[in-house]
Design a protein around this ligand. Structure first.
Ligand code: SF4
Length: 92
């Protein structure tokens, strides 16, 4: 499932214009990052053709799994959307 498929569905669940999860640039993904390919319930994490893990926050349910697994180790940067819980609010 690609970004295009996710956009419509999510547009009004989250503020999709404001990326709040970023994957730290890497040459080889850590095992933590790789685990997100399966651990993210919304399948936001994907492997690109260079073998890097990418995140697409459209579809993110704010479950916090990737934050727990990857934020402390620095594999990703996480910040909450304005308002605290993006799923519950529509911005703008
Ligand atoms: Fe996926 Fe949950 Fe992380 Fe969102 S918060 S990207 S749904 S693991």
């Amino acid at each position: 499932q690609r970004v295009e498929d996710k956009l419509f569905y999510n547009r009004y669940l989250v503020d999709s214009g404001r990326a709040h999860i970023k994957v730290r640039p890497h040459t080889t993904p850590s095992s933590r990052l790789l685990s997100m390919l399966k651990a993210c319930p919304a399948r936001c994490y994907e492997l690109n053709d260079k073998g890097h893990v990418e995140v697409t926050v459209d579809g993110c349910m704010e479950c916090g799994t990737c934050r727990v697994i990857c934020a402390e180790s620095g594999d990703i940067e996480w910040s909450y959307p304005r308002g605290g819980f993006g799923v519950l609010f529509k911005f703008g």
